[in-house]
Design a protein around this ligand. Sequence first.
Ligand code: PHE
Ligand code: CO
Length: 300
Amino acid sequence: MSAQAPTQPRRVENLHTDKGKVPVYATGVVDQNWAGYSDEDHATWATLFERQRKLLVGRASEEFLRAQDAMGMTPDRIPKYDDLNQVLEPATGWRLIGVEGLLPELDFFDHLANRRFPVTWWIRRPDQIDYIEEPDLFHDLFGHVPLLMNPVFADYMAAYGRGGVKAHGIGADALQNLTRLYWYTVEFGLIREADGLRIYGSGIVSSSGESVHALESPAPNRIGFDLDRIMRTRYRIDTYQKTYFVIDSFEQLMAATDPDFTPIYARLAEQDSIPAGTVLDTDTVYQRGTGEGWSTEGDV
Ligand code: PHE
Ligand code: CO
């Protein structure tokens, strides 16, 4: 195989958002250029894939593990988006597209609303195996793509995209409320299964440290899903989450987010945000975190 390295992604802009300073890349759809991956890139995929699969058996939701198998992702080489699309499109109508990295919000929402999932084409360097501050191919492909095989979750993601276009038109506060929902479900969600809590959030399943922390550490709170509460809750971008929210099923998530959010946004605009680590009297508490190791500053 050719060892020619892919070219570096083109950063076009640094944007200050509620998530801090985030790089925003060129918005165009790009070819995955699979032949351009180096042996080192494939080895990075293999290392990450094997480590996570071992950790995730018994930790990730059964649905996630099943879906990942069904997609035919294997450790031996970086999957080709075209191959995955052969399986994904007939299953739920979703299709993967290549991108340089994080997209401006409206572009991202528009893709989701149309069942296109943007996947960063480049993979992290070997020295970034344990932590990278922005989404790369491993996070996007390994973390986000499998659950797009699940019909209910697939519908949730498309509905989220349509909701995002709408929230964008309403204003910055609505967008912030909706972003928190994405964060605490799609990125960092837990689900209650027959034998206990399991992970479905992409930010957790793609992180070896957080895969263990989210389920087994006494530090974080684990609280039952509550739409309004989540949309008021601040979060962490540079440490493990202080609080994880637990759904009972993807059907519950779908049903809870089905109503028009417009009046909810209006109501929430009158209320204060909730710090990332706070537990409220009204919460359904699975675990009250010890708060061990938490930094006091830095919720976004
Ligand atoms: N029902 C939401 C709205 O009216 C849309 C949405 C669906 C948002 C699913 C998130 C998840 O805005
Ligand atoms: Co993500």
